[in-house]
Design a protein around this ligand. Sequence first.
Ligand SMILES: *Cc1c(COP(=O)(O)O)cnc(C)c1O
Length: 352
Amino acid sequence: MVKADGYGLGAVQVATALNAAGCSRFFVATIDEGIALRQALPDPAAAQADTRAARQADLRTNIPDIYVLNGLMGADNAAEFDQADLIPVLNTPDEIDRWSARGRDDGGRRAILAIDTGMHRLGMSPAETTRLGEEPNRLSGLSIDYVMSHLACADEPDHPMNQEQRALFDRLRALLPPARASFANSGGIFLGPDFHYDLARPGAALYGVSRATGAPEPMRQCVVLKGKILQIRVVDSDSGVGYGATCRVSAGTRLATVATGYADGYLRSFGNAGHGYINNVRVPVVGRVSMDLVVFDISELPQNAVNSGDYVEFLNDRQTVDDLADDAGTIGYEILTALGGRYSRDYIGVSA
Ligand SMILES: *Cc1c(COP(=O)(O)O)cnc(C)c1O
């Protein structure tokens, strides 16, 4: 799952690394994300004028599949899907009819059929799925890669909806022509083999985000995030810090001003709540986060241990993306997807 620019980490770099590791199926949310990814991934048959025809002629065995979750997006954009060799996830009967008609004209179109098993977000309702099962010729222009659905409560292992959705998924799939199935997101994978089916769709787990269960998990953190200290000062009399002077500090407090702010996705809700690390010492945010700056109280550190030009670490071995999210009352997903464009980004072990 590399939607939202690979959860904020760079879809091209992430997908290139995953592809090199053997992953050949990618999901994005929008057609624009799909087009950008198609251009970036390897394409041994680039010389072919019509990539879709080339694929159907089986000339392109090593070409990754790119699925677009939001489907045809209510637009007349089927030609763009073909041109970029993207495969839509069809979420409505109308999308199915349009894509199938196009495929009937010239030899079939690959697709994923999405059915809603209880989340009430995207996908065909049980009633629509039942009707489609009764009119199978509507699918005659399609080659169905997978039937898929999505779990609402996968990160709560004991939530009754998990089993309910799985049972409904099996019942509805049985009404459709036989096809492979895709069901589990990251949380779903940990619900056990019954939830795995033919293709899992992990996103968060790839990027080091854990479920909220507190259970041990095998994922490693994959991001180190840090901000540069611009200035260090010792407060000479009791005073306030930052906009609104929301934090009072006493004389002698040592403060470090860091060049990271909410414009970088360092959320405003870290004001008087977030933490960073310097030389393994935990330092608190004092005052509000501003657009480009945030101030930490570094009094805990030995004098002269820190200088301007040094870094405060926001994500490291001691502070996971979930820990950081807790400080702001949010989830790791939002921390990563909010990461701004001003960070200088180094990718380790990726050639893209
Ligand atoms: C985002 C998404 C996923 C991945 O979810 P994670 O919790 O990040 O693993 C899987 N399937 C669908 C339909 C999604 O929208």
